[in-house]
Ligand binder design. Structure first.
Ligand code: HEM
Length: 483
């Protein structure tokens, strides 16, 4: 059903904390709304769209995209941007077998991730998902809680040591490093830790370079064509491969039985259905996939949560009070995380306004008809959590931060397909539970110990590449909570 979320204004009766709209930069929405580009009045022509797509794809979108169930984006071959929940479910869930990952995405990710879980198709994907799924079971995720908390506590203690410095800290960068640390500790027992800073920096270069839309992508050219961006990213790719290949080889030849992690399991696991395991190359592809998919996204989610809480002090207070009650002022523990109901609503609202994976692309294997539209064989489909989550037909006051929409009855009225930060269907994010536990653990471990304020809130602006990050980071002054 194509209906807007109904009900009273989610902010009714609550004090506004931001000033009224200031309109000095037409590309930015200020005022009560967190930063976002203002949609264009008219769909842009090909070259304007190309420039905007290359610079920051969310600035290429027109108002129609946020009002219509679907729009064809202007370019040869016309990508179909789908926003109707039923149509999204058709593509991602009920007829998922007819859609593979889009060329655009493969062009950007396959050079580094090869045939890892995120980029593999058909039987390779099915087998890899069966092999890795047990690592993400509720018990397995509960078992990595201690590592998550230890990493968050290390970062918090480092912040407390550094916070006397007069310069602001870049919280976005801090959270990226923390998320990398957490994936590396929990899944690989630190095996890919030796060159941590180098690898983290390499991934940032990779995402920035290959995350840019190029002309070949706009023209829907075959993925094997050489691309200047791929050439520029080759150093970063070579660094990933050599580091990860070495870590995998060391573990294959030198395991001493002391570890029991994702890397061990990927090396030893056999798919129950086929009896076959992953070869060394496939293991390396997947190590890189879990590092890449598991750290940029969660790091960005944390940055956006801290940004939004800084803009909304009353919500920040509610989160602080809830955390204090859940743990009775004592140490954070796994069971207490389940009590953080309002905090979870804040996380969901941040994932709605700033979905860390802003675009999900698919390509039709055979032609298809649904929701009054026709998709030809090879037709490209774009499902954008950024657009769907801010769609006027689906959300009340879509650009406002309002966690209460994720509580009680209001939450039950949200249509499946209208909120999809982790995707939907068989290829839904395998790390969703891991990410939610990680974010809750970080908030519960860090927030009670500190107070923070953004040094320049108006400079924060969402930048879309493969993930959605705050452009220029998130500069903030941090001080101990007691002062
Ligand atoms: C807030 C954090 C995260 C967000 C928003 C997110 C988002 C997504 C989305 C939207 C997809 C589906 C892509 C598609 O259908 O084309 C996906 C897939 C995936 N994610 Fe996440 N993710 C997050 C955290 C993680 C973590 C922590 C891990 C691993 C530790 C992870 C690993 C993966 C993998 C391996 C896939 C591919 C699954 C498959 O195709 O079977 N993600 N993620």
């Amino acid at each position: 059903m194509w209906t807007a979320e109904r009900g009273p204004s989610p902010r009714q009766g609550r004090k506004r904390t931001m000033s009224a709209a200031i309109d000095f930069d037409p590309s930015i929405i200020f005022g009560p709304h967190p930063a976002a580009p203002r949609p264009r009045a008219k769909p842009p022509g090909f070259f304007t769209a190309y420039r905007a797509m290359r610079d920051n794809p969310i600035t290429a979108l027109s108002e129609r995209a946020f009002e219509q169930p679907y729009v064809r984006l202007s370019r040869p071959g016309g990508v179909l941007l789908l926003s109707e929940p039923a149509a999204i479910e058709h593509v991602l869930v009920s007829n998922a077998a007819n859609y593979r990952k889009s060329r655009q995405q493969q062009r950007r990710l396959q050079p580094a991730l090869g045939e890892g879980l995120l980029t593999a198709e058909s039987d390779v994907w099915r087998s890899t998902r069966r092999i890795t799924a047990p690592l993400f079971s509720p018990t397995a995720i509960a078992n990595v809680y201690a590592d998550m908390e230890a990493a968050a506590a290390d970062m918090r203690d480092r912040w407390l040591e550094q916070c006397w410095q007069p310069t602001p800290m870049d919280l976005a960068d801090e959270f990226q490093r923390l998320a990398y640390d957490i994936v590396s500790r929990t899944f690989f027992s630190g095996a890919v830790d030796r060159d941590r800073m180098l690898l983290h920096a390499g991934m940032a270069v990779y995402f920035d370079t290959l995350g840019r839309v190029d002309l070949a992508t706009m023209l829907n050219l075959p993925t094997w064509l050489p691309s200047p961006d791929r050439f520029r990213a080759r150093k970063a790719v070579a660094l990933f491969r050599s580091t990860v290949d070495a870590a995998v080889r060391n573990r294959v030849h030198g395991t001493n039985g002391e570890t029991d992690d994702l890397l061990d399991r990927m090396i030893t696991a056999v798919d129950p259905k086929t009896g076959r395991g992953l070869d060394t190359n496939a293991v390396a592809d997947n190590v890189l996939t879990f590092l890449a998919a598991g750290h940029e996204t969660t790091g960005n989610a944390l940055a956006w949560i801290f940004y939004l809480l800084a803009l909304h002090p009353e919500d920040e207070d509610e989160v602080r009070i809830e955390i204090a009650r859940a743990f009775d002022g004592g140490p954070v523990n796994r069971d207490g995380l389940d009590k953080l109901v309002y905090t979870k609503a804040v996380i969901n609202e941040a994932l709605r306004l700033y979905p860390p994976a802003p675009f999900i692309g698919r390509e039709a294997i055979e032609e298809d008809r649904f929701a009054g539209t026709h998709v030809r064989k090879g037709g490209q489909i774009l499902i954008s959590p950024w657009v769907v989550h801010r769609h006027k037909a689906l959300w009340y006051a879509p650009d406002e931060f309002s966690p209460v929409r994720f509580l009680g009855d209001a939450a039950s009225r949200i249509q499946r397909g209208a909120f999809l930060p982790f995707g939907l269907g068989p290829r839904i994010c395998i790390g969703q539970r891991f990410a939610m536990q990680e974010i809750l653990t970080v908030l519960a471990t860090v927030l009670p110990a500190i107070r923070y304020s953004l040094s320049d809130p108006q400079s924060v602006f969402p930048q879309a590449r493969i993930t959605l990050a705050p452009r220029n980071g998130l500069q903030a002054f941090v001080r101990p909570a007691t002062r």
